[in-house]
Design a protein. Structure first.
Length: 381
């Protein structure tokens, strides 16, 4: 019987076969590594995919910004203060008493105009509706912090330039910090404040941390131009439900249908809202110590079931710290009480207007003065 070379080698010593087994065993880990590498994308592939996704997001966000700005051009006027162009609209009789409206975080003056409050107020007041810095059509130059105190200074100077004397200032949500700062800086220049759904008593808030991320250096601009607008758009519906409920759902649906959402979701507005979210608690800490020194009459309005800023913790507590204030809790209303019950908010405007006459200095020791025709607006004793 003849033997093959391999068999003959095996018979003589089996060395070649053993070596083959050893080589195969040595190659198995490498083969497994190759299979694992082939089964997962490389780091470069992941990085390139992420860059492509961010690039596509940035393109889409910029396209939406361009579109919404073209569809919603400025409809009012501009006044420039220290390099900041503030956009505002005017309503009503210029000879009527002035009323200034300041919107909350993330919104714009158009939101106030959609509430029905402006329409009511314009019958008796000369109404000025502002876009705060970074929102709507107002600019927000970089290089400074737009704290409540800084914004108050800008608005007081703007009102002086516009010739607006002793207005009532109505502010909603975050803007109540600005209105209070205006009254602290120039009490003789204001007739009174109407503070709607404001944040006055500091407390930990997890949502502040999340909302503040686009304000971070380096990472913030990237988020604001790519992912943050898309995420905010995705949760727009639940967010509106939270701020409008438990008010009339028809009001919320009408607002969602008519409000230009991407004006709020533009990168500048996203970063502005993030910066204001980061300032919310520190600013309220600073102002809390000043409340007892406020020298203008104040009417507080809050929704009974506000799910964003609870009326019990904020409006009810601050009333005890404000020397000349009155509080109205609107039954069945949420955070956007000026939309769901504009009559209640307008009643507060008329009420604060009656507390001090133009010729009467503020006297914190004296009881509030009430015009006879407005007695019915006062809270029950």
């Amino acid at each position: 019987m003849s033997l093959s070379p391999l068999t003959r080698g095996s018979v003589r010593g089996s060395v070649p076969v053993a070596r083959l087994h050893d080589a195969a065993a040595a190659l198995q880990p490498a083969a497994r590594s190759v299979r694992r590498a082939a089964a997962r994308p490389s780091t470069w592939a992941v990085a390139l995919g992420a860059m492509a996704a961010l690039g596509a997001s940035a393109w889409y966000v910029n396209r939406q910004r361009t579109r919404v700005e073209a569809e919603n051009p400025p409809t009012g006027h501009f006044v420039e203060v220290d390099g900041v162009r503030l956009h505002y609209t005017r309503h009503g009789d210029p000879a009527a008493p002035p009323l200034v409206l300041l919107h909350g975080m993330g919104m714009m003056g158009q939101e106030m105009e959609m509430s029905g409050l402006v329409e009511r107020a314009a019958r008796q007041y000369h109404v000025f509706v502002f876009d705060r810095p970074g929102y709507g059509h107002s600019t927000r130059p970089s290089g400074r912090l737009y704290t409540p105190d800084e914004q108050a200074r800008l608005f007081l100077q703007a009102l002086t330039l516009l010739g607006v004397h002793r207005p009532v200032v109505l502010a909603h949500s975050w803007a109540t910090l600005v209105a209070v700062a205006m009254a602290e800086q120039a009490p003789s220049e204001l007739k009174g404040l109407v503070l709607v759904g404001g944040y006055y008593t500091p407390a930990p808030r997890f949502d502040v941390l999340i909302n503040s991320l686009p304000a971070l250096p380096l990472l913030g601009p990237l988020m604001a131009n790519t992912l943050s607008p898309l995420l905010s758009r995705a949760i727009w519906g639940p967010t509106m439900w939270r701020v409008f409920s438990p008010g009339d759902s028809a009001v919320r649906r009408d607002f969602n249908a008519r409000y230009p959402k991407w004006m709020t979701l533009r990168p500048l507005s996203i970063q502005t809202a993030a910066a204001e979210a980061a300032m919310l608690i520190p600013s309220s800490v600073v102002q809390r110590a000043r409340h007892s020194r406020l020298q203008v009459p104040v009417v507080l309005v809050a929704g009974e079931h506000d799910r964003l800023i609870t009326s019990g913790w904020h409006s009810k507590r601050v009333q005890d710290r404000l020397p000349q204030s009155r509080l109205h809790i609107v039954p069945g209303a949420g955070h956007m009480v000026h939309h769901t019950d504009p009559d209640a908010v307008f009643d507060a405007v008329r009420e604060v207007s009656s507390l001090v006459t133009p010729d009467t200095p503020v006297d914190l020791a004296a009881p509030a003065r009430v015009a006879p025709e407005d007695i019915g607006l006062q809270p029950a004793a």
